[in-house]
Write a protein that binds this ligand. Structure first.
Ligand code: ADP
Ligand code: MG
Length: 324
């Protein structure tokens, strides 16, 4: 288990991590989601013991990363934003070297290196110099180094940046595979990516945790913006009249889609969506009573994309300005 308590990081006067508090349970895939400059890399660098915090604590399986870095680091594999690869080493030499640094006993090293090369599909470039590898292969070398020795916790900073779509799919599969036995934390500024691979998403904006939940629950978080779509055999004016009998409608958009057929988008207020009666029943009955058949009725949840936009609005502009 990982506990992050009241974590603060200041670069000069710039507050990059602003009182972060969270706990991570074993065996899940967590996603740090946030635009560039949100503080994801800084947080990961502190969690892995590569950077000191201004305030707060990080406790990894009971070990304080600042007070017992050696012990805590044994539980972590880390792929930093810029993996420290040695260009003049071959893949095999580099991973042997990484195994030595991780204090994997000499007689187990060859085996351990072979195993991670197998998993990350590096066998065919084993004897190539890292300088001659493509970006995708270099990323795999970084990943192989992170999972070497199979630490309980694997932390990956933007693991798919710079990869082509095929490589991205492979790395995602690899991450899902690893999560069967490890806790994985990855960062990304791409919403689709965290939604696809993570069980749990933490949205970071300007160094603050602004939301943390499962992808499904984050979508429900926007319950106040529940909306419905219907299509009915009626004229727009009739639809408007029928819907007047329903309480809680905040916004209504009508569009005639064919002769005597209307499409309506109905946005409900928060109170209405929290009420006990399913709004779809009321709508169905109201149209039935008026003798207008419903051709279509569906609820549309606010997408996580919208949650993200809402929660991190203006972030990028502010972060960019901060960089100057
Ligand atoms: P992310 O990984 O989410 O893109 P970072 O953690 O890299 O964000 O950066 C968070 C903020 O801290 C940014 O505004 C960035 O410019 C600033 N920052 C990061 N590293 C340093 C540094 N070494 N010195 C000064 N400011 C930094
Ligand atoms: Mg970063």
């Amino acid at each position: 288990m990982i506990e992050v308590k009241n974590l603060v990081k200041k670069y000069g006067t710039h507050l990059a991590v602003d009182h972060l508090d969270f706990q991570l349970e074993p065996g899940r895939i967590y996603g740090f989601l946030g635009p560039n400059g949100a503080g994801k890399s800084t947080t990961m660098n502190i969690m892995t013991g590569y950077l000191g915090a201004t305030e707060g604590e990080v406790v990894i399986d009971g070990h304080d990363i600042l007070k017992e870095p050696e012990e805590a680091k044994k539980h972590i594999g880390y792929l930093p934003e810029l993996p420290p690869l040695y260009m003049d080493m071959t893949v095999q030499e580099y991973l042997e070297f990484a195994a030595e640094l991780k204090e994997i006993p000499r007689k187990e090293r060859e085996n351990a290196v072979g195993q991670v090369m197998e998993i990350t599909k590096l066998k065919d470039v084993e004897y190539r110099l890292i300088r001659n590898l493509s970006k995708g292969y270099r990323q795999r070398v970084g990943l192989a180094q992170a999972i070497l020795g199979f630490p309980d916790i694997i932390i990956l900073d933007e693991p798919t940046v710079g990869l082509d779509p095929k490589q991205i799919i492979e790395i995602r599969e690899l991450i899902r595979d690893m999560a069967k036995e490890h806790t994985v934390i990855l960062s990304s500024h791409i919403l689709a990516e965290v939604r696809e691979v993570c069980d749990y998403i933490m949205i970071i904006s300007r160094g603050k945790l602004v939301a943390s939940d499962t992808p499904d629950n984050l979508e429900h978080l926007m319950a106040g913006q529940n909306s419905l779509e219907i299509e009915t055999k009626a004229e727009p004016e009739e639809v408007r009249r029928i819907l007047r009998g329903i309480t809680g409608i905040e916004k209504l958009e009508l569009k005639r889609t064919a002769e005597h057929t209307t499409y309506a988008k109905i946005e409900m207020g928060t109170a209405a969506s929290e009420g006990e009666q399913d709004i779809r029943e009321s709508i169905f009955l109201a149209f039935a009573e008026a003798g207008c058949p419903l051709l279509m009725l569906k609820t549309s949840k606010a997408s996580l994309e919208e949650v993200f936009m809402e929660l991190t609005q203006g972030e990028e502009a502010a972060a960019d300005a901060g960089d100057l």
